[in-house]
Design a binder for this molecule. Structure first.
Ligand SMILES: NC(=O)c1ccc[n+]([C@@H]2O[C@H](COP(=O)([O-])OP(=O)(O)OC[C@H]3O[C@@H](n4cnc5c(N)ncnc54)[C@H](OP(=O)(O)O)[C@@H]3O)[C@@H](O)[C@H]2O)c1
Length: 407
């Protein structure tokens, strides 16, 4: 995912900015614009340490996760490296990451599937939230030390990340719930709005419904007045789905999904928000109603394979679509950035009003313990791929800053 193409939301105003920058590039730098002069409010060039507003010491070095070998097996592809804490440029923020989000596509990215021309090493991780601990002069016109921000940009799996100020989203406080909106929530909101054509009373099927993006698809479809069916792999997830308004959670480990849908929804499903692929996609195509719409959100069942693509019997697909005047539509978030500002603003409003559940899973119930510290990203990716997560998988990279200031 080209996470260099982003939006900024400041002072409650949605401002959209498109960059089209290259992976690994830094905002304006990689847009082919002139390199801004580097002036720093805090000059770190002569010192291994500097003090932020609370007097918290920023170390000279930090850990980050780097893709050193292309592979869909995250542990094989990615290694922990110790590097110098980066220096923010004129228009940039140095963000101390507090929480980072895990996405199913972290392994597509580590396999080099987003941009086959880019070779390792490159930084991993799509999204983070944290505190501004350093910034360039121009960035200081809008931000200051101690501001809390979220961002959707490559290189999030690090203790500190440099983020162009204009690609940052101001958030009122560092709560992991905000992290659920940047990719997962935005995907559900925009995909259903642009491609779902939802009408009140229609039937919507969401696969991987209790996961990061699925939980939002369930809620937005419900808010549109639809009858919502959600698939999941445990009774605990089914209970969660009920709690967020899903009319018919189906635990496919105990109920036969195909039979249940055929029996309970003989007229078929109007809209499918489909994330699993392979046999689940086949099943979903088969249960589409007349004029049904199937949105291809992902195909996670194939991501761990060498090709990344699950087996799909597609020879009869045109016949099935034609016979029902149905359609299949692909959705990829970076292609819908013109909708991103509105989506984020709307979701933040809903969240503030308590009208949107943003379930976060930091692995608190995992035997090895909570996903805490950068290295636990590896465990968190495994956890997601074992289908254990309920809500958005989030890693707490660092605890809240403790003030050591004597000022
Ligand atoms: N198109 C876009 O722009 C976009 C953006 C964000 C996400 N996505 C897609 O949305 C889907 C969900 O991503 P996410 O990051 O939100 O993950 P997630 O839903 O939080 O976690 C993945 C879930 O998928 C389910 N699953 C079903 N079959 C699986 C399999 N064979 N292996 C592993 N998990 C399986 C599991 O839930 P159950 O065990 O309950 O089935 C698992 O908890 C992915 O396909 C991803 O690529 C697409």
């Amino acid at each position: 995912m080209s996470t260099s193409s982003l939006l900024s939301l400041r002072s409650g105003t949605a401002v959209l900015r498109l960059f089209g920058a290259r992976r690994g590039g830094k905002g304006a730098l990689s847009c082919g614009l002139s390199v801004p002069a580097r002036h720093y409010i805090i000059d770190m060039s002569y010192s291994a340490h500097f003090m932020d507003y609370r007097g918290t010491s920023i170390p000279g070095s930090m850990k980050k996760l780097v893709v050193t070998k292309l592979s869909p097996h995250f542990r094989e592809a990615v290694s922990v490296q110790t590097v110098a804490v980066p220096t923010p440029g004129n228009e940039e923020l140095l963000v101390r990451n507090r929480f980072v989000g895990i996405n199913a596509s972290d392994i597509n990215y580590s396999a080099g599937r987003y941009d086959p021309t880019v070779k390792p090493p490159f930084d991993a991780g799509f999204e983070g939230i944290g505190e501004v601990v350093g910034l360039g002069l121009r960035a200081s016109s809008e931000y200051t030390i101690g501001d809390t921000v979220a961002y959707f940009r490559n290189g999030a799996f690090a203790e500190y990340t440099v983020v162009p100020a204009k690609e940052s989203v101001r958030i009122p406080l560092v709560k992991p719930e905000f992290l659920t909106l940047l990719v997962s929530g935005a995907t559900a909101y925009i995909a259903l709005k642009r491609l779902g054509d939802l009408t009140k009373g229609e039937t919507v099927l969401v696969t991987a419904a209790a996961g990061g993006t699925g939980q939002f698809a369930v809620q937005f479809a419900k808010q549109a007045g639809c009858h919502v069916i959600g698939t999941c792999s445990s009774n605990e997830k089914a209970g969660f789905l009920k709690s967020i308004g899903c009319d018919r959670p189906i635990n496919y480990k105990v109920e036969n999904l195909s039979e249940t849908l055929r029996k309970e929804y003989p007229k078929g499903i109007d809209v499918v928000y489909e994330s699993v692929g392979g046999s689940t996609l086949e099943l979903a195509v088969n249960c589409l109603a007349k004029k049904g719409r199937l949105i291809v959100i992902g195909f996670i069942s194939g991501y761990q394979s060498a090709s990344g693509i699950p087996a799909f019997k597609g020879a009869t697909l045109p016949v099935k679509l034609l016979q029902k005047s149905a359609s299949m539509r692909g959705f990829f978030l970076p292609h819908f950035l013109s909708d991103y500002g509105e989506a984020l603003a709307k979701m933040m409003q809903l969240m503030a009003k308590g009208k949107l559940v943003c379930e976060v899973d930091c692995g608190d119930l995992v035997e090895e313990g909570r996903f805490s510290g950068l290295e636990s990203v590896f465990r968190a990716v495994d956890y997601m791929y074992a289908g254990k997560n309920l809500g958005k998988v989030v890693v707490e990279v660092a605890p809240a800053a403790q003030s050591t200031s004597k000022l």
